[in-house]
Design a binder for this molecule. Sequence first.
Ligand SMILES: Cc1cc2nc3c(=O)[nH]c(=O)nc-3n(C[C@H](O)[C@H](O)[C@H](O)COP(=O)(O)OP(=O)(O)OC[C@H]3O[C@@H](n4cnc5c(N)ncnc54)[C@H](O)[C@@H]3O)c2cc1C
Length: 552
Amino acid sequence: MNPAAPAIEASADEALNQVPPLTNYNLFLADGTLLAAVERSGAGWAREQLIELGRLLGTEELQRWGFDANENTPVLHTHDRFGNRRDEVVFHPSWHNLMRTAIANRVHSLPWVEKRKGAHVARAALMMLTSQNEGGHNCPISMTFSGVATLRSEPDLAGKWEPRIFSCEYDPRFAPAPEKKGVLLGMGMTEKQGGSDVRANTTRAEKLGRSNEYLITGHKWFCSAPMCDAFLILAQAPKGLSCFLLPRWTPTGERNHFYIQRLKNKMGNRSNASAEVEFAQAWAQLVGEEGRGVSTIIEMVNHTRLDCAIGSAALMRQAVVQAIHHARHRKAFGKLLIDQPLMRNVLADLLIESEAATLLMVRLASAFDARESDPEERAFARITAAIAKYWLCKRACMQVGEALECLGGNGFVEESIMPRLYREAPLNSIWEGSGNVICLDILRALAKEPLALEVLMRELRQNQSPDARLNKFVQDLETRLSQTTRDPNLEAQARNLAEALALALQANLMVRYSSPAMAEAFLLSRLNGEHGYTFGTLPASVDVGSILSSNH
Ligand SMILES: Cc1cc2nc3c(=O)[nH]c(=O)nc-3n(C[C@H](O)[C@H](O)[C@H](O)COP(=O)(O)OP(=O)(O)OC[C@H]3O[C@@H](n4cnc5c(N)ncnc54)[C@H](O)[C@@H]3O)c2cc1C
């Protein structure tokens, strides 16, 4: 003890009524909704791995990696000290640790290498855990996973790249792919003049002789994780917009003409580097047919949409877990926050949203599992990827914002994870089809893919009888959908329709799999209009106590 220190300073250092850090808990075992959904979907074989990863991600050390990787953002080195082009991004060691952990757990590849039923669900659950810890590194993980779906339209290329893509070893060295133990894929579609409307791409592709080799000249305005080993990009070839695989190194072992101009100074997702890049006759290989670039790369896009749904469900889960933890330890006006009636309403409402998101995300992942052998599930996955992507990404922005406020001023401070979750939330909604574009895509699927509508309605009619409100909601939706071809305002109403479809899907899942109190609260508040415009407006009849006690 320092006798010189005045007593007043000692008392100022005492942290009264502060909440202990939420650490050393198991992210998987604490999530009863995810646990049950994994078992139900035939992915129970991944249980031990999920438990271990859930434990690891809850440790203080791994939580620290997430903070460090975001506080120490990537640095671009365009040139070396002699003035030669270098075009390398240097990341903090914690970024590499996060990447190594995800790759060792096969979050980038599991369904491609594991043929057991439920592999997509198992991977979705793994990603739901990693995304709660840190969102940024999931970008290259997701692009690598999704890129395989497009690469497979060119079997020779896929055969060459897949062994290294599927490796469980993370190899961050900037070196030609054949020299590496593991490689990663990125994506380059967006250009300065437009991202949604990729047909306006100006990047050009010139064919080299009669092979599938081309030289690419142009730019990409957003090219995330530029240290990936190869990129699926779009460029205008003689027969129209086409998809190419553009590696960072040419087959002769030289640096490809892939120049990183600068990194974006982003609002969130700060651990990850998102670059502006120029291609000056960069070497690339055609993927799929020339002129059919959009339909070739769409397979990648559909898989990344699944990941946007997973990422958003993860953000909501982590946000509500933090909010409930805080409320269990923080007192105000003589009582713990968790015992304050209005706070209980808010927390229960946030928990309902999170559970509904997890159920929809897992249902979507299970459709990806079944789609290889079942055309109906393929059609369901096609439309539900868009619906879930739209709705979960939108809801995450609101749900995370409200959860942040449950921590009061502490939630606004970087040391809590809340600002990071909040800044990450809008991103999932922007990329892979921003809100409006996704809703227009839902209309396109409804109009052009009759099977998608048929299987969607069949899913919604399933197990309906127990609840009259759900029956009515679905009937009204069905009537509305039958009139869409004649509706002159259809495009302007696309968000409204997407929202109704998402709510119907979530209600259907809640009725089947949630506790009676949770399902009833969802139906009353989301389908029956007994809810205000903000979270925490559940009607008095809702059994808030039962909902809150369901969260472990
Ligand atoms: C952090 C970050 C990383 C990214 N990484 C990548 C990457 O690695 N690779 C890549 O290719 N792209 C990447 N992107 C780009 C992203 O995919 C695009 O920003 C997105 O597709 C939207 O394109 P845009 O920005 O050009 O917006 P625009 O296409 O200009 O759209 C602007 C707005 O208009 C809306 N809109 C567009 N068309 C219509 C319409 N017909 N009717 C009504 N509304 C419409 C959109 O929904 C959007 O809200 C990244 C973006 C961010 C923020």
